[in-house]
Write a protein that binds this ligand. Sequence first.
Ligand code: LLP
Length: 416
Amino acid sequence: MDYFKYKNSSLYCEGVSVKKIAKKYDTPLFIYSQKTILEHFSKLKEAFSQIKPLICYSVKANSNLSILKLLVKAGAGLDIVSGGELYRAKKIKCHSEKIVYASVGKTEEEIKEAIAEDIFMFNVESTNELKRIDKIAKKSGKKVRVSLRLNPDVESKTHKYITTGKKETKFGIDKKSAREIFLGADKYKNVIIAGIHLHIGSQITESFPFISALKKTKEFLAAIPASKNLEFLNIGGGLGIVYKDEQPQTAKEFAKNTLPLLKTIGLKVILEPGRFIIGNAGILVTKVLYNKESYNKGFIVVDAAMNDFLRPSLYNAYHKIITVDENKNKLFQKNKLVDIVGPVCESGDFLGKKRKISADEGDYLAVFGAGAYGTSMSSNYNSRRRAPEVLINNKRCYRIKKRESYQDLIKQEIII
Ligand code: LLP
């Protein structure tokens, strides 16, 4: 994360002091670096420049409208998974022909809405979903483009919860059913089966799972003459990033390793990166509320919690945490490892465990790698208001989301 660095012993995001922003907007607070976002997008685009893929940013990673707008303006399309994400995509005027729609459980209403918006294609996850899309398309009087999401049954060597290309997962269509769909494609008069979609998991640091999925796809297609008319191959997202000491494939390596196969398959490629673009472009800033020792164990209680940032609690994910004031890092006393915990009433509410951190009450801490699946997975648990977000562009700081108010927390509720 090049744009989050200490300057004169204080953490900066691009040209802006993190402490200053934290004071202005209070904590917990998400801060994003625009340069990082755009550079990550460009890295991927350049790595694949030979084949000019359509890069559809995966909205679920971080769905803030300003971030979507930034990426769409830079040329990205959007990968969506719900009516809500479609609404966001349209709100920032993403061209419909750059919207692809996955999800194992698209409702009838969602399908109707997406057809009405003329999205580019649905990534279909079951035979019954295909039937439903065909039926709704007929009623709408439109021919709808779809890709079949193939479950290639490959290991992706990532956390069990975010592995999606193994046969025991709920995702995609098994090869046998996909074959049957191709052979009986005539039955679906109102859809055009235009592509194959793959998404085998997330935070995948090596190329081989992608390669093995592509090889299986190639074999699968070769055995089905009816697949000859396909135009698109969507290889999903999943590129891993550095959180701790991982050495993920770079965009260049990923392209170098997959391009030969992609070229032999010869279809127009679509990518759906989320984490790769936004993960390390964001930090979560939190304030130390208390230092606490209990039965000889040290805790730093901060004002951010699992409702703001769920990854540590849900996946036991490691996120680097540092003090915003660099000098505080030096005060760490050996053998004094602390847990960094939030105020939520669960023992699973932690941001980091056994960390070498020393901080005083009122100090700010920065949790790294919080750009992806941070705010988008946040909740109001414990009736906590969701945190604001700011986007830094060089020396400018833009607030892109306000902190919720107490009124916001109850506005949909009805007292009877
Ligand atoms: N395409 C599809 C169909 C997906 O389901 C996903 C993510 C992506 C693209 C983007 O994947 P990415 O490039 O970000 O790896 N909450 C988890 C990650 C869940 C990913 C869900 N699907 C986490 O915090 O690690």
